[in-house]
Design a binder for this molecule. Structure first.
Ligand code: NDP
Length: 484
């Protein structure tokens, strides 16, 4: 018997994916550089389905039915390149190599070119949902040729998460499109986590609420528009009590956020595409600031002056009605900022598609994010409806549903941002998202002044509102305007 699919790399992610594949009736060839991992998988889970273990790459490739399809799940970077080449050396024309690791999309574009030149198909597949997702159903974002999708599509559909009866996988586009979309997914995840964190901070340091009380607020929010995996786990984290000290878990965790780089890629890419993803950018920078241990320590020592949030907000905190109203304001601010973050993320996908010549169905992207991945949320149904309606619009903020939602939220949103500023609670994503919204809706922006400055100091020229063309004023001379 031959396998219809193979998995190379049997650490946490690869082993889970291989088991998921086997659970769904696939015959799975498995290979790992060190055989011990293969042995462990076979010993512990070999009876869960049909596996064909191999000790060498040659053996592995030959255990696959044609067109051979192998999913690589190894460390990103050089190890991935090494494994791709080992496979390509043994594989034959028409075979399919899938990289399901967290690759940078430009690496995927490069690898696809190289592998295509060797007559094979290369698919860069973003996978979200962590180890549990890989085992029970991830959200997957494959990029590759239509031909490879014919073979791979049914296999990936068999193991994907299911949301509203649909598998959370779609053919995103060619070469790096899948990893690009996965990258933006992670960027949105950063923003989504940060707006939740800002809400928590306002309730905790602002209103002086206990973690358990805040957990209950999030649990309540999870029943409405904000229903999502991230809100759900937030409530869980805030309810958790530290075993060792009996204190709320949140209070014994160091307040320095880590990151592995996909958020940074999202922002770097957005910068090079000149697409403002301010919410995602502020979320990445907020993690960066939290980790500036030295600077933060010095700021404490030098006592940078400012209001005490709890003291400032004590009037609201001590008035049950006002407190309830402010918590509702925070919920609205979170919702509006979240809409802006998604709007920006989808705009980046559109900009990427244009730059790299991909045709990406944004409605389909929203649909496959409804299950299996970290940002799964009820809200994504609305986004898929918005993009699914077929009408072309520039931003999610123009879709009637979201336009109305932000309009309804904006009074609260503005109150929260101004109150937070006065109270001294940093809300970088709330406030930058609001600035983005106000920037978009401004009829005239001070960019006119910037153009004037640029022309004065650097003769960079400017356009006129009343005449086409580029102009320059002879600032150092007779102040006359010339056509540039
Ligand atoms: P690791 O990233 O820890 O990688 C370990 C695996 O890579 C092992 O199978 C190891 O083999 C193999 N490997 C490392 N170097 C080489 C090499 N030079 N040649 C051959 N094999 C090599 O494993 P994970 O399971 O955590 O992650 C796998 C991939 O999935 C990564 O790209 C990671 O970024 C991504 N990932 C995705 C997540 C998601 O939610 N989508 C979550 C976590 C990871 P050996 O056993 O022989 O050392």
């Amino acid at each position: 018997e031959q396998a219809n699919i193979g998995v190379v790399g049997l650490a946490a992610m690869g082993a889970s994916l291989a088991r998921n594949l086997a659970h769904h009736g696939n015959t799975v060839a498995v290979f790992n550089r060190h055989y011990s991992r293969t042995e462990t998988l076979m010993d512990e889970h070999g009876s869960e389905g049909s596996f064909i273990p191999s000790k060498t790459v040659e053996e592995f490739v030959h255990s696959l039915a044609k067109p051979r399809t192998a999913i690589i799940m190894v460390q990103a970077g050089a190890p991935t390149d090494a494994v791709i080449n080992e496979l390509a050396d043994v594989m034959e024309k028409g075979d399919i190599i899938v990289d399901a690791g967290n690759a940078y999309f430009k690496d995927t574009i490069r690898r696809e070119k190289e592998i295509r030149a060797r007559g094979l198909h290369f698919v860069g597949c973003g996978v979200s949902g962590g180890e549990e997702g890989a085992l029970l159903g991830p959200s997957m974002m494959p990029g590759g040729t239509d031909e490879s999708w014919k073979t791979l599509g049914p296999i990936l559909k068999s193991i994907a998460a299911v949301a509203e009866g649909e598998p959370c996988v779609t053919h995103i586009g060619t070469d790096g499109a899948g990893h690009f979309v996965k990258m933006v997914h992670n960027g949105i995840e950063y923003a989504d986590m940060q707006v939740i964190a800002e809400s928590y901070d306002l309730m905790r340091r602002g209103l002086g609420m206990a973690p358990k009380e805040i957990a209950d607020v999030f649990a309540e929010w999870n029943k409405g528009d904000l229903n999502s995996y991230l809100i759900e786990i937030t409530s869980q984290v805030l309810s958790h009590v530290d075993e060792k000290t009996g204190k709320p878990f949140i209070d014994i965790v160091t307040d320095q956020a880590g990151m592995k780089g996909t958020g940074t890629w999202t922002v770097q890419t957005a910068l090079s595409l000149a697409t403002p993803v301010t919410g995602i950018g502020e979320a990445v920078f907020a993690r960066g600031l939290s980790s500036e241990a030295g600077l933060r320590k010095e700021a404490q020592e030098k006592v940078l002056q400012g209001p005490d949030p709890t003291e400032f907000l004590s009037r609201i905190a001590n008035d049950a009605e006002a407190k309830k109203a402010f918590i509702e304001d925070i919920r609205e601010a979170l919702y509006a900022s979240k809409i802006v973050a998604y709007a920006q993320g989808f705009t980046e996908i559109e900009a990427g598609a244009k730059e790299y010549d991909w045709t990406i169905d944004l409605g389909a992207v929203a649909r496959i994010w409804r299950g299996g991945c970290i940002i799964r949320a009820k809200f994504l149904n609305r986004i898929s409806d918005a993009y699914g309606s077929g009408e072309s619009f520039g931003s999610l903020l123009f879709d009637p549903f979201f336009k109305k939602a932000v309009e309804n939220a904006q009074g609260s949103w503005r109150r929260v941002v101004s109150t937070a500023a006065e109270a001294g609670v940093p809300v970088p994503v709330f406030s930058s998202s609001l600035a983005y919204y106000d920037g978009l809706r401004s009829k005239r922006l001070p960019a006119a002044l910037i153009q004037g400055q640029r022309d004065l100091f650097g003769a960079h020229t400017y356009g006129r509102v009343d005449e086409p063309g580029a102009f320059h004023t002879l600032w150092a001379g007779d102040q006359k305007e010339i056509k540039a």
